[in-house]
Design a protein around this ligand. Sequence first.
Ligand code: SF4
Length: 249
Amino acid sequence: MPSPRPGKKTPAGPSARLRNKAARVERLLAAAYPDARCTLDFTTPFQCLVATTLSAQTTDQKVNQVTPTLFRVFPDPEALSRANLAEIAAIIRPLGLAGRKSRHLRDSAIGILQRFQGKVPPRLEDLVTLPGVGRKTANCVLLNAFGKPGLMCDTHFCRLTRRLGFHHLDDPEKIEALFRQLLPPAAWGGFSHRLIAHGRALCQARKPACELCPLRCLCVMAKSTGPKGPPRGKTTVPPEQTKARRLAT
Ligand code: SF4
């Protein structure tokens, strides 16, 4: 590997100020949501993968209503790989996107059988090769099924970290890459679960309850809209671009 040319600077990581802010947010979230955890029901890595795949664009509660039947009818990758797509779709129809999700589930089961000896692979780079498995799903499986570090950059994670002023990004992959540098791997899972819990409880997309929020003192969005935060129902984040950029560099 060629060594860097003399005088050429290597790109700097996030600032100490941003790292410090991430640690403070992590501490406040840990105090507010000490028991936050995955709210999908499963008992095996295969079930975790299936439930997480099904959770796209629906709620974990709805997924938990259909998975007992799905897991009974298709208990393992072998059974699911032989499934008729219409049969899977009939069970998961209440979740929406039944056709696409059925195909992803069956094709993932086939991939697990053909390439991973029938076992869900415990590595991110392998998981993302399965149909319908993106980085968010792969991180969720690593974290919740295998107890490995994982950052689950779902819609809550991206929205909250943007509102808090960590970045002004839309791409979950870039946001994940940023937080891989801001927090130690041991903190990734707890931080993800707690941020998601906070997004569901208080910092909802349409109605952030800033007046009740323990993160208010660190939040760019709340600071830019007054002590009580934005009016309820206001969806757009005021563009505190200058400040957010200063924090993100
Ligand atoms: S202060 Fe408001 S916008 Fe900021 S994290 Fe809390 S609820 Fe969300």
